[in-house]
Design a protein around this ligand. Structure first.
Ligand SMILES: *[C@@H]1O[C@H](CO)[C@@H](O)[C@H](O)[C@H]1NC(C)=O
Ligand SMILES: *[C@@H]1O[C@H](CO)[C@@H](O)[C@H](O)[C@H]1NC(C)=O
Ligand SMILES: *[C@@H]1O[C@H](CO)[C@@H](O)[C@H](O)[C@H]1NC(C)=O
Ligand SMILES: *[C@@H]1O[C@H](CO)[C@@H](O)[C@H](O)[C@H]1NC(C)=O
Ligand SMILES: *[C@@H]1O[C@H](CO)[C@@H](O)[C@H](O)[C@H]1NC(C)=O
Ligand SMILES: *[C@H]1O[C@@H](CO)[C@H](O)[C@@H](O)[C@@H]1NC(C)=O
Length: 554
């Protein structure tokens, strides 16, 4: 086993001010005490707080609504940390849940979001209070809300998360809203001429049997011939569509690639894709309630997901905050046309502080780092045979069985992140290559099971075990050049890892007790019999975006 150690120091602060998003307090479970806007003082424990991932100063978040200003985005909380949209009106008094922004002609942004009344979901709109404010900090929720209420064919308690609207060539707006009919997941379709009076289409945009309630549907075009993003209304011969849902039952998301059939006004997934539980995921780890939006200033589509805490609700209350937004990712169609590629937005690189090239150094500030590594090998001969009893769509199960501590042939090799000096605690992110019938199959795992030596504090409520899954996904990568790359974004309690240029992504939330602050290390390892070289490696310690220093000083 080869161990490389990296060491670096934190440097001066740099600036990240590129997102203009307005923060919707939202939740799919109602934690009123966390959702309340009151300013009672909470003892915010700093442990587990992320440094360069966005998280609420207090309370609970999941899902954001993105509002686009003309050229720039910048993370904007109000001066007093008030969220832009919070429960305050009869039509949303029990909660403001996820929504999306649409920019209407004349550069007028409108947010559509779900408001909760009793336990009924309604769709509401909000408009900027001051269109000249470049950060669009304040929003008005007109009293003409709610905009859309469920009809008799829609279950009122499962009817939420309107998408960004797109306009079809007939000049009419469309949105889709998640829900269910019995066990069938539904993405209801609504049409409007003027954006304010909406009519439900007789059929959904898409639906799928036995998938349960659909949350946060997302529907957007991707270019088949250029690595650029497209406006949500784009359509044409070189355009495919992506449809994603968050499955309430499994708490995972999946997506398919397909065609938007304008004639029938339906989305049709490509023939050979899996439309259900075992489908492709943006992220095979802790990632939910994601939304994408088009950024016209850089012609890119940006995906933004949320990760919950993996400790107990009690602990979240004690900490005073819960949930983080993951690093936004650009998404494009893979040249194969069969999946998407994701990559952290380039602005993240402005937070890179000290750069360490490969060498024998120790990474003292390994608790917040951005690491890019390429592993190479000379032969695939030692790849272990793929066990015929394994399911080719259940990578997670194989990761549970074949941990990084279980020796192999070609792999396991990868990075041990957030590691204590002697590996009492660590979160390994690694590959293992199998020989399948006529090809090789690359498994990627991100294993939280050894991430913390502490048992009690991370115990779940009701005496359940701590949630420390070994997440897994397959990487459909061509191995002819005998290499595979990995990028990991490490930030105290989160590890986001991108394999093979973003073909497969896995996020883990972890709560180390030893591998903290100056004692978090990063190692590269190989526990297979085949020699694996590190062809290149760059690691950076990461700065905080400057606004976070201000917001999170307490
Ligand atoms: C919620 O929906 C139920 C079922 O349709 C209805 O009886 C109830 O009046 C609704 N509540 C509100 C506050 O609209
Ligand atoms: C609107 O925002 C602009 C730019 O920040 C500011 O100058 C102006 O005073 C604001 N108007 C109101 C009514 O707050
Ligand atoms: C509506 O959905 C809720 C859960 O979201 C479920 O408990 C209820 O039975 C459903 N009602 C109907 C009429 O299907
Ligand atoms: C394949 O996996 C099954 C179930 O984990 C196990 O019982 C069996 O021994 C494995 N077979 C081989 C050849 O490793
Ligand atoms: C590699 O395997 C050995 C033996 O099981 C184990 O002690 C070590 O922790 C493993 N390394 C990693 C990074 O899992
Ligand atoms: C995050 O928390 C863990 C532990 O409570 C649950 O098991 C997950 O289902 C949950 N994930 C989401 C997306 O809510």
């Amino acid at each position: 086993m080869g161990i490389f150690k990296f060491n670096t120091l934190v440097c001066a602060l740099s600036l990240l001010s590129l997102f203009n998003l307005n923060f919707v307090e939202s939740s799919h479970h109602v934690f009123l005490h966390l959702q309340s806007k009151s300013k009672h003082v909470v003892d915010v424990k700093q442990q587990g707080r992320t440094a360069y991932h966005f998280q609420p100063p207090k309370h609970w978040i999941n899902g954001l609504s993105l509002s686009l200003s003309i050229c720039e985005y910048s993370l904007s909380l109000n001066d007093d940390n008030d969220p832009a949209i919070f429960p305050s009106k009869p039509f949303d008094q029990f909660g403001c849940w996820s929504g999306s922004a649409t920019v209407l002609p004349g550069n007028k942004p409108v947010i559509l979001y779900t408001g909760i009344v009793d336990s009924n979901d309604t769709q509401n709109f909000a408009v900027p209070a001051n269109l000249s404010d470049p950060f669009l900090r304040h929003w008005i929720k007109p009293d003409s809300n709610p905009l859309i209420v469920a009809d008799d064919f829609v279950n009122k308690t499962a009817f939420r998360d309107p998408t960004t609207a797109w306009m079809t060539p007939d000049g009419h707006w469309r949105i889709t809203i998640g829900g269910r009919r019995k066990h069938r997941g539904m993405s209801f379709l609504y049409r409007s001429r003027d954006f304010f009076r909406w009519t439900k289409a007789k059929h959904p945009l898409h639906s799928m049997a036995a998938t349960g309630n659909w949350e946060c549907p997302d529907f957007f075009p991707v270019s088949t011939d250029a690595a650029v993003g497209l406006d949500t209304s784009a359509i044409g011969p070189k355009v495919k569509h992506v449809f994603k849902v968050s499955l309430d039952l499994t708490r995972y998301e999946y997506y398919t690639i397909g065609t938007y059939d304008l004639e029938s006004d339906r989305y049709v997934p490509d023939k050979d894709t899996i439309d259900g539980w075992k489908g492709l995921r943006f992220d095979y780890g802790n990632f939910y309630a994601s939304k994408s939006f088009f950024d016209p200033s850089k012609n890119r589509r940006i995906l933004w997901g949320w990760a919950n805490e993996s400790d107990s609700t009690d602990k979240d209350v004690e900490k005073g905050w819960a949930g983080i937004q993951l690093i936004p990712r650009t998404i494009v169609l893979d040249p194969s046309g069969k999946q998407l590629l994701q990559w952290p937005i380039e602005e993240l690189e402005s937070l890179r502080a000290e750069n360490m090239e490969l060498g024998n150094f120790e990474l003292e500030q390994g608790e917040k780092a951005d690491v890019e590594v390429t592993f190479s090998f000379d032969s695939l001969d030692k790849a272990e045979p793929f066990n015929e009893t394994w399911d080719r769509h259940d990578a997670e199960k194989i990761c549970r069985e074949k941990k990084s501590t279980v020796g192999g042939g070609l792999g396991p090799f990868g990075l041990a992140t957030l590691a204590s000096k002697k590996l009492e605690e660590f979160t390994p992110v690694f590959f293992r290559i199998f020989k399948d019938k006529d090809k090789h199959l690359v498994l990627m795992c991100s294993d939280a099971s050894m991430s913390s030596i502490e048992e009690d504090k991370t115990k779940m409520v009701n005496g359940k075990d701590a949630y420390r899954p070994s997440f897994g996904g397959f990487v459909y990568v061509d191995l002819t050049d005998m290499k595979i790359s990995l990028r990991s974004l490490i930030d105290n309690s989160v590890v986001e890892s991108f394999a093979a240029g973003g073909k497969t992504v896995i996020t883990s939330r972890v709560y180390p007790t030893m591998a903290l602050y100056g004692d978090a290390h990063l190692y590269a390892f190989n526990n297979g019999t085949e020699t694996v070289q590190i062809e290149s490696l760059s690691a950076w310690s990461m700065d905080k975006p400057n606004h976070m220093n201000q917001e999170l000083k307490d």
